[in-house]
Design a protein around this ligand. Sequence first.
Ligand code: V47
Ligand code: SF4
Length: 371
Amino acid sequence: MNDWLSRRCRALDLGQAVDKVEAGERLSLEDGERLFACPDVTAVGALAHQARTRLHGDRVHYVLNRHINYTNVCVNGCLFCAYSRKAGQKGAFELSIEDMRAKALLPGGRVPAEIHVVGGCHPDLPLSFFEDALRSLSEVAPGSELKCFTAVEIAHFAKLEGIDTREVLSRLKDAGLAMLPGGGAEIFDPEIRAGICPEKLGADDWLRIHGEAHELGLKTNCTMLYGHKETTAHRLDHLDRLRRQQDATGGFLCFIPLSFQARNNPLGVKHGPTGVEDLRTLAVSRLLLDNIPHVKAYWVMLGVKLAQTALYFGADDLDGTVVEEKIGHMAGAESEDALSVDELEAMIRGAGFTPARRGALFTSREDENAE
Ligand code: V47
Ligand code: SF4
């Protein structure tokens, strides 16, 4: 770390954090509190950049992927959600396996490296439907890594089938599941959770299901929805629980801070976090989550330009081409629907980094022609 940055951080009461980042040691939650309270967000960002550069050099990852949302019918009425509908309600939809197959490829017929499949907790789609869907997607998009179903959906399938979540995971793995996406974590604190998603499974179950997936050899991602009713203490508690789970089972690949989009939902929060709050949350996350390899600046929620800036605040991944996104856009996200490989690479190079194309599991896909 250069002397100027070190002196600046010490003057801002971040001396302990500086020493730990330099020594590669774990930051405490008290360090996290100081980082959230620091008046100079650029100093927090510079520290996170140091941690991120140590892990990834000047590489920024992205993936040729596409999202498929199989239904928005959901039995949980999360108050922050603009996406879900009740069965029979106007705007409710359900895709058939044929519809999903038709969406599996990228425009131009290219096989995506990752297919990201999530949906609402539908009241009666059986587990066999999802097993068939995975097998069918593997057939139409061979070699694509299937990142499907949040822990919330896994718990829902288990309840509908009357079996345990480990068995659900194991059956889906046999059908071709490569990993779980990180959704549904929201904020773990029980009081905040009760206020924003009272019907959703609790923190302990969310963490347990990810632990089970890790034990079965499945990798997973993790998220935090911030900028609604929570305080920075709740964010730190959330990061701490993720860090402890990772110490125990070690299968998280990537952390995605999800910036709350405030439109079209009944939560009653007028606006989401400011751009500076987005950058700070990302930087503190990079610094505290020393055992999770990747941190994503999800351009869908942040917007393309802030996501590019976030590469200097601890992020090493931009997600990908996406193609069709509903959850953030229905809640007011103003970002593009999709980005091309050229656009992603231009964003990365334009910020002074080197693009690194990857699969869902973060193995390199550099050898594949991107055209
Ligand atoms: O679980 C819902 C969140 C999640 C809103 O694992 C909202 O690679 C902001 O988890 N404002 C789904 N967020 C998205 C998600 C995700 C996205 C991209 C990559 C990965 C990954 C995971 O979106 C939901 C919920 O936490 N969400 N409503 C909203 N109004
Ligand atoms: Fe359903 Fe997920 Fe929306 Fe909650 S966030 S209402 S679980 S679709």
